[in-house]
Design a protein around this ligand. Structure first.
Ligand code: NAP
Length: 246
């Protein structure tokens, strides 16, 4: 039986690369997206072309009702869940703290923190009732260590919350055989930079990386699939930097 993997934000970037690699490694994949239905359909088609099942679910992770509907669809479509990549996330326009509004902070934390927690909660409930363990990889950021002053301190804070959530949740569920880890990507070439108003950001800042280059979504996907795998069977509660040394 193929393992069932839910990836939030799988229509683009790191989530899409992870879905494609997971299918090649034998997972059936729940492809969640918010607005990019064309991107999500292309990912689902690639999962099926690799010989695996794909379930496409639109759900905004900042809306608890949509999270509930997503898990109802997973229950109906697959009837179980073995693994989660908690990847959906946003940045915002570059700004100083003195320029940030309440509405901006709400959006950032509703998607990046509360959404990720509620998705993990629903995944854990299913893994616990199945009784045979599971694996969760949360997608943090090197920003959680760097603070991102003059860029997006709010985003960095949201990812620092993900790091601590990873440790706390891992302690709660370790005895159930559920491993919870995080990846901190560094500068990765995806569309997220353009969505934050800075296309070319990854290449522009690559000189600050000890390895002197940006990373690819595929390089992050490799690390995610490792942490999900049985090869990482004694790893939980920790964060892995995939950041070229930065
Ligand atoms: P991306 O290319 O912009 O992809 C983001 C994905 O998240 C898309 O599939 C998007 O779906 C989804 N998403 C956004 N808001 C959502 C919501 N409210 N509900 C459900 N899905 C939502 O970004 P990426 O670079 O791959 O980023 C993926 C993760 O890596 C994020 O958590 C990000 O913070 C983290 N990260 C990225 C970098 C980097 O340099 N790229 C570095 C560190 C950490 P739709 O397009 O369908 O709306």
């Amino acid at each position: 039986m193929a393992k069932i993997l839910l990836i939030t934000g799988a229509s683009a970037g790191i989530g899409a690369a992870t879905a494609r690699l997971a299918a090649r490694q034998g997972y059936d994949v729940v492809v969640n997206y918010n607005s990019d239905s064309a991107g999500a359909e292309a990912v689902a088609a690639d999962v099926r072309a690799a010989g695996q099942k794909a379930l496409l679910i639109q759900a905004d992770v900042s809306d608890p009702d949509q999270i509930d509907a997503m898990f109802a669809a997973i229950d109906a479509g697959f009837g179980r869940l073995d693994a989660l990549v908690n990847n959906a996330g946003v940045v915002d326009q570059t700004a100083k703290v003195t320029e940030m509004t309440h509405a901006r902070l709400r959006r950032m934390f509703d998607i990046n923190v509360i959404g990720a927690m509620l998705v993990a909660k629903e995944a854990v409930l299913r893994m616990q009732s199945q009784g045979d363990g599971g694996a969760i990889v949360n997608i943090s950021s090197a920003a959680a260590r760097l603070g991102s002053g003059r860029q997006y301190v709010d985003y960095a804070m949201s990812k620092a919350a993900i790091d601590l959530f990873t440790k706390g949740l891992s302690d709660e569920v370790a005895a159930d055989g559920i491993r919870v880890t995080a990846i901190r990507p560094g500068l990765i070439e995806t569309e997220i930079h353009a969505k934050g108003g800075e296309p070319g950001r990854a290449q522009r800042l690559a000189h600050m990386v000890p390895m002197k280059r940006e990373g690819s979504a595929e390089e992050v996907a490799d690390a995610i699939l490792y942490l999900l795998s049985d090869q990482a069977s004694y790893i939980t509660g920790t964060c892995l930097d995939v950041s070229g040394g930065r």
